[in-house]
Design a protein around this ligand. Structure first.
Ligand SMILES: Cc1cn([C@H]2C[C@H](O)[C@@H](COP(=O)(O)OP(=O)(O)O[C@H]3O[C@H](CO)[C@@H](O)[C@H](O)[C@H]3O)O2)c(=O)[nH]c1=O
Length: 319
């Protein structure tokens, strides 16, 4: 099996490659990554050592490059390539539209031309917008994105579905809740808080700190992607979530307790514009395929903190 993994040097993509190379040692992986600020050069060393990996630097918006890659013969595609940080999308939406919407469309078009066996789109629960105090996102929840980032992901999801409806491209979409784990760029809440706390810097908490996110250890997400690639229904969407809803303040306090750092580092700052209040996932559909998260939040968080403590110097210099 030859799998094209776009965005493979990013946080979830690189964890996925790590997982797949041990679960499916006979598969071949073509890794396409634009190596933006979030692409991790450390992975390239690992990629080059693995005879089953072939790395190509470039963007999913580059049609000619995609043509060259598809000529190598691709069975499946997992599309992780995306700009993913909400705050950056508020400051500079252009690149989000270019990579997430246009890039996905060019990738879909090339996949159609070369008749791939499966196109798996890695999306996000943010496409559903915000929940009130109760209820969960199901796969039928209408799309109502709030930020330029989530709107660009919703746009790419709609294009993916349109390629299924119009051209019969065998697509499947995964919409996952907030991931955490090793190699996450320290602009996202959990790694930012760990790194700031280690350096005794203030921890910026937006608004009242009571926004709720559903946290999932990245390896659990990788296992879900693998399963959906094997057993997921073509034309379907699968929600993935950890059933670990916490307010941002709860998460930050858990990290401070583990690091034995004072809560006085918590600093309330101006809220993010259009800040979604709560995300919560109904993962019944993927559970019916046989998926279950294996990491309890407390355990996954400890493991993540340990990784950042052990790699603190490297993270500071390279991420
Ligand atoms: C960076 C930062 C974040 N926050 C808050 C905003 C959110 O309520 C929460 C998590 O923020 P972020 O880590 O930026 O993640 P969030 O906006 O939820 O989006 C993440 O999770 C999504 C899945 O739900 C992914 O699609 C996105 O790519 C990923 O960035 O923490 C703070 O209070 N202070 C901060 O400095």
């Amino acid at each position: 099996m030859k799998v094209l993994v776009t965005g493979g040097a990013g946080f979830i993509g690189s964890n996925f490659l790590n997982y797949m190379s041990s679960e499916h040692p006979d598969d071949k992986f073509i890794i396409l990554d634009a190596m933006t600020y979030a692409g991790n050069h450390k992975h390239l060393i690992t990629f080059r050592k693995n005879p089953n990996f072939h790395f190509v630097k470039g963007s999913i918006t580059d049609r000619a490059l995609l043509e060259d890659i598809f000529k190598m013969g691709i069975d499946r595609i997992v599309n992780f390539a995306a700009e993913s940080h909400v705050d950056r999308s508020i400051l500079d939406p252009d690149i989000f539209v270019k990579t997430n919407i246009l890039g996905t469309q060019i990738l879909l078009d090339t996949a159609k031309k070369y008749a791939v066996e499966r196109f798996l789109q890695i999306s996000t629960d943010e496409v559903y917008g915000s929940l009130g105090e109760t209820g969960l996102f199901t796969e039928e929840t209408p799309l109502a994105p709030s930020s330029p980032y989530s709107a660009s992901k919703a746009g790419s999801d709609l294009l993916v579905i349109s390629y299924y409806q119009t051209y019969g491209l065998p697509v499947t979409i995964i919409r996952c809740s907030n991931n955490y784990g090793p190699y996450q760029f320290p602009e996202k809440l959990i790694p930012l808080v760990i790194m700031n706390a280690l350096n005794h810097k203030p921890l910026p908490i937006y608004g009242d700190g009571l926004n709720v996110r559903d946290w999932l250890y990245v390896e659990d997400h990788c296992r879900a992607i693998d399963l959906v690639m094997q057993k997921g229904k073509v034309g379907s969407v699968y929600n993935v979530g950890g059933n670990n809803e916490k307010t941002n303040l709860q998460i930050v306090k858990m990290i401070l307790a583990e690091l034995e750092k004072p809560e006085s580092l918590i600093t309330f700052v101006k809220d993010r514009p259009g800040h979604d209040r709560r995300y919560g996932i109904d993962a019944t559909k993927i559970k019916k395929l046989g998926w279950q998260p294996q990491y309890a939040l407390e355990f996954g968080l400890k493991k993540t903190i340990k990784w950042y403590v052990e790699n603190q110097g490297w993270v500071q210099e390279n991420m």
